[in-house]
Design a protein. Structure first.
Length: 247
């Protein structure tokens, strides 16, 4: 029995090694196409939180303009925004859409951070990664993606943010199963990629999703990793008709 248990463990380890090797090859293919992404760490986690709130259900241009207008009206600090007049916040961020709801979140988020952490989010980000993630997710308006962005980009901790592009691309390639939720996608990516590659993998998968692996009619024939992609291989081998959904 001991021998079989050992073989079972070895088989599991071999599968893990194969998955990591495959993920590494995908990463190498993307680096050849897009280059190695420059590390652009975020210095102020609170500013990032506000930008994320404004970016919900709108495009980069509108969210960026809303942030600029908010910054022109107030200092982007928890102690300031917690006491700011909600109507004034609404006027500043109107271009971002859903401005009433977003202004409420901004005030609630600011007040919670000010009351709970004296306005200093680094008190959270210095905690062990899982403890920090749990604390971030307890903040108003903070979801999985935002928490993981703060951990990876600000604190340089091993956490893999999953946005719309990363989610779609990971499922298509086969890095994550179609049946898992977003948290399942994150866990599978963290298992397949090395922790030191989380940043570049996150950025490169987003680039792939924007240029080739778009939501409708993905450009598989131009994709730099078509040969490593499960969906790309099925398409190339005629397993799916062109009329079928990319899922």
């Amino acid at each position: 029995m001991g021998r079989w248990r050992c073989l079972g463990r070895r088989s599991h380890c071999v599968i893990r090694e194969e998955e990591t090797f495959w993920a590494t090859r995908i990463l190498e293919g993307l680096r050849k196409e897009f280059g190695d992404p420059e590390r652009n760490d975020i210095s102020d986690p609170f500013e990032t939180l506000i930008q994320t709130v404004l970016s919900q259900h709108t495009n980069d241009r509108n969210s960026g303009l809303a942030y600029q207008q908010l910054e022109a009206s107030f200092r982007i600090k928890p102690e300031v925004l917690a006491e700011a007049d909600q109507k004034e916040i609404e006027r500043a961020i109107r271009v971002a859409g859903l401005y009433r709801n977003k202004s409420k979140i901004i005030r609630a988020l600011s007040k919670t951070i000010q009351d709970r952490y004296e306005g200093d989010l680094w008190k959270v980000l210095r905690l062990p990664v899982e403890e920090a993630r749990k604390a971030l997710l307890e903040l108003p308006g903070v979801g999985f993606k935002t928490a993981d962005i703060l951990l990876l980009f600000c604190a340089r901790k091993a956490s893999f943010p999953v946005d719309t592009h990363v989610d779609r691309v990971s499922r298509r390639i086969g890095l994550a199963g179609k049946e898992v939720d977003v948290e399942g996608v994150r866990r599978e990516l963290q298992r397949k990629f090395r922790a030191e590659d989380y940043y570049r993998a996150h950025i490169l998968l987003i680039n792939l999703g924007k240029r080739y692996c778009i939501a409708r009619l993905p450009r598989c024939h131009k994709c730099p990793i078509e040969g490593l992609c499960r969906y790309g291989n099925k398409t190339r081998n005629g397993a799916r008709s062109r009329k079928q959904s990319p899922w």
